[in-house]
Write a protein that binds this ligand. Structure first.
Ligand SMILES: [Zn+2]
Ligand SMILES: [Zn+2]
Length: 293
């Protein structure tokens, strides 16, 4: 085969690669939960799972905004998969950089201090040179960071875990990971119902298939179909499904996606109400994914 032919093959394969989406090429990633929310003037980090390392690299290379902070980190809860990346967030070691930690848990400070501790980590909390402050929040009460209004709501998880509603510039992001979503009716949700109302983008825990959800009751994670039902009822405009099973292969996540498509279509086709269901977009999250609202 001549050079031209080889070139043609490479050119074909690169256009083929461009035609398929990122997760199908590179997988969904293996990092644990860390979400960055940006508003016109603000930046918020939710949880410090291993994904915070990628965010750190982006910030430190000058692509992620202000290296000198201040940084605002909201903690939903303190399971390993949500704290394991914190020691690798370099801002902790930059002298004078303000870092604000937020959480509903009363022992927020003790819990964060415990992460920077020998022999788990060589630098003890007392030796960190950044200016770290702790803000213990009231459940379901507004607080403010830059131009963002935030409200913590309780999720359904084995240890105390608080989701977050973030509002800015007329857009609303709702963080619903980790949750089993055992409370779904308006009555059951009670004071936590607003977490699912007037939402533009909901990040929802979809670790399990429906049969797994039944088998793994009280494990604290949910299934996409539960999120789909909530979105149809509350008029949520977009869902991103996340907190994939740590052992899930790309093939398994694509299978979850297929089941979600099937369920979504079934709901639309079997709508017996007078009004049409409010259709919405949804997708499965992959590492590094960015969504603009
Ligand atoms: Zn958890
Ligand atoms: Zn988790």
């Amino acid at each position: 085969m001549g050079g031209e032919g080889v070139f043609a093959i490479i050119s074909d394969s690169s256009s083929y690669l461009k035609s398929i989406d990122i997760p199908t090429v590179g997988g969904y990633g293996s990092a644990t939960t860390c979400v960055e929310v940006r508003s016109p003037q603000g930046q918020l980090i939710i949880d410090g799972g291993s994904g915070i390392r990628n965010l750190n690299d982006r910030i430190m290379s000058g692509l992620g905004g202000r290296v000198k902070g201040p940084y605002h980190i909201y903690m939903t809860h303190f399971h390993w998969d949500h704290v394991i990346g914190l020691p690798f967030f370099a801002a902790h070691f930059i002298p004078g950089v303000p870092i604000h930690y937020y959480g509903v848990q009363k022992d927020l400070e003790k819990l964060i201090r415990g992460i920077f501790q020998k022999p788990y980590f060589p630098v003890p909390f007392e030796d960190l040179t950044s200016k770290i402050q702790f803000h213990v929040l009231e459940p379901r009460k507004e607080f403010y960071i830059d131009d963002m209004t935030l409200i913590p709501y309780r999720l359904d998880h084995p240890d105390e875990c608080w989701g977050l509603k973030v509002m800015s510039g007329g857009k609303t992001y709702s963080h619903c990971v980790d949750t089993e979503a055992t409370r779904v009716t308006k009555n059951e949700l009670g004071p936590d119902l607003p977490l699912y109302q007037n939402v533009d983008l909901m990040y929802f825990d979809a670790q399990y298939t429906l049969p797994e959800l039944a088998e793994k009751a009280n494990w604290g994670h949910s299934a996409a179909q539960v999120g789909v039902d909530l979105a149809f009822r509350e008029g949520i405009k977009k869902i991103l499904f996340g907190h994939h099973d740590p052992g899930a292969t790309t093939h398994q996540i694509l299978e979850l996606k297929r089941q979600t498509t099937e369920y979504y279509n079934w709901r639309v086709e079997n709508n017996h109400h007078v009004e049409a269901l409010p259709e919405f977009e949804w997708d499965y999250a992959y590492e590094g994914m960015m969504i603009k609202l």
